[in-house]
Ligand binder design. Structure first.
Ligand code: C2E
Ligand code: MG
Ligand code: MG
Length: 249
């Protein structure tokens, strides 16, 4: 039902703002896909993305998201509207999909807007599933000015390997790794060390999944660069995101 869903516009790209920790202003955003399925209503990406990966169809959806975000960014940029970078989530399967690889290659050569306006997110787990030669693709993206974000840092198995092997521009730490009930003091120490490590590797840090003021205060104290989470804004439809963007400047 994926193709039909895409054709009928059941899939919507939502945007979640990422704010500058110091100023609270929107610095960038993440695109997150939503499926509004007829009759059954909203289906969470946590459910259909693993299913699409299992059936080998995730790249069709990712291509749709890449195209939508690219068009959105290009339109805003070319009409002189406030435009901040937007990142798109890539599945490990995308690196084995010819259409996506061609898309990325074309994107690298696209001069119709600054390449920094589109960013790519990969997880540690998906990086681990990409064979060594795929590094060349990631490097080409970076050389073309497309920033790479390492998503869900700390929740996989090979974090340090990944950091050693590829140049990553932005580290995304999911605050949910500090599960409720675990020692806050230990959590803060780990965060502090990770942020320091990221800085010494010239990486910027986004903390995601930030829901409480207490967390915001701590992250500012530890020198985290950017914050994403329900505390500031939930993922929202394009029209709401555009309004917020307009208001934030
Ligand atoms: P992710 O890339 O790590 O995205 C962050 C997830 O955390 C999103 O879940 C977002 O809605 C949620 N989130 C943001 N702030 C908070 C918060 O303060 N508290 C809590 N509890 N959650 C927060 P979502 O949208 O359900 O997406 C789940 C995952 O599905 C994403 O995790 C990503 O891995 C994947 N995904 C989403 N869109 C796409 C896509 O277009 N392509 C691919 N391949 N994967 C996608
Ligand atoms: Mg992500
Ligand atoms: Mg994440």
């Amino acid at each position: 039902e994926l193709e039909e869903g895409i054709e009928q516009g059941q899939f919507k790209v939502y945007f979640q703002p990422v704010v500058d920790a110091m100023t609270g202003k929107i610095a960038s955003a993440e695109s997150l896909i939503r499926w509004f399925y007829p009759e059954k209503g909203f289906i969470s990406p946590g459910v259909f993305i693993p299913a699409l990966e299992e059936s080998g169809h995730i790249s069709e959806l990712d291509l749709y998201v890449l195209d939508s975000v690219n068009e959105f960014q290009k339109k805003r940029y070319q009409s002189d509207k406030i435009t901040v970078p937007v990142s798109t989530n890539l599945s490990w399967m995308d690196f084995y999909d010819e259409t996506i690889m061609n898309w990325l290659e074309k994107k690298c050569a696209d001069a119709s807007m600054p390449s920094g306006l589109c960013r790519m997110e990969i997880t540690e787990t998906s990086y681990a599933a990409i064979e060594a030669d795929r590094n060349a693709t990631l490097e080409a993206l970076r050389e073309a000015g497309i920033l790479l974000l390492l998503d869900d840092f700390g929740s996989g198995y090979s974090s340090l390997n990944v950091l050693k092997d590829i140049d990553i521009d932005v580290l995304k730490i999911d605050m949910r790794f500090l599960s409720k009930g675990s020692s806050e003091e230990r959590g803060e120490k780990i965060l502090e060390a990770v942020i320091k490590m990221a800085k010494s590797l010239d990486m910027l840090v986004i903390a995601e999944g930030v829901e409480e003021e207490k967390q915001v205060k701590m992250l500012k104290r530890l020198g985290c660069d950017y914050i994403q989470g329900y505390y500031f804004a939930k993922p929202m439809p394009k029209k709401d995101y555009v309004k917020l963007l307009q208001k934030s400047r």
